[in-house]
Write a protein of this length. Sequence first.
Length: 286
Amino acid sequence: MILLFFVFPAPLRGSPPLPHIALLVSESIRPYHEAVDGFREAFEADYRVTYLKSGDPVPRGEQPDLWVAVGPQAMKEVWDISDSARKMYMMVLHPRKVVDAPDPPCGVPLNLPFSFQLRVFQQAFPQAKSIGILYDPGFNQGWVLEAREAAAARGLTVRELRVRTKKEIPSVLKDSWDRLDVLWLIPDRTVISETIIRYLSKESLLHGTALVGYNQFFLESGAAMAFVIDYKELGRSAARLASTLVQEDFCWSSMPPARLKLNTRALEHLGWRTSQPLSPYVELEP
């Protein structure tokens, strides 16, 4: 007697459903678009994207696997939606000032630790010793005090250049230029404007001081150097955090990807020489 055995293949299981991500974006501007593009490239999911400034209603009735806030206004909205919802942020400067949360919020901020900036800067320019920070104490006094402590630990001197209005900037700097190797501009609503950046770029070159900023516009305006964040890579970094948060219900905050970009024309005019070899966080621009 011949026994025949028939082996039937097991039914194919369907692929697990993609996580549903609700992206809430503060406004439709290029840096936010780049961050969102990087996020979506690095994390396969089902997305719904809402822009606050476009008039779209916040989809409060949704229960996504993860809320992602892009920008400070969106972060406020997302943190108000639900205490139990998984949520994270990106493209936010000083997130702990945006929301009052018992635990450190999960995400990728825009602010770079001053200790990191000093370390990279000193690797490129060990000859610089005196740094002036132009700021309004009503907004940034606490930050500058932390910066001064970090600088002192590295043998650097921070000179606090306090202003309350833009009109005070020329007079405050007039008696300080000769004592500054570097003028460091930080995000400060009183000090920063396109006109002021262009003005300080020219004045710093005239006085032999290196102007340091924090985005590409500073370099295009003639600043000697700037710490520039790669927004698309920031989005990818946030996507890696999101994957861990969705799959393991665990998350942390990470530093934004940034490099110190050097304006070679401005540095040649100032007579500054970079150390060799350069840090991997330093990039030359013609």
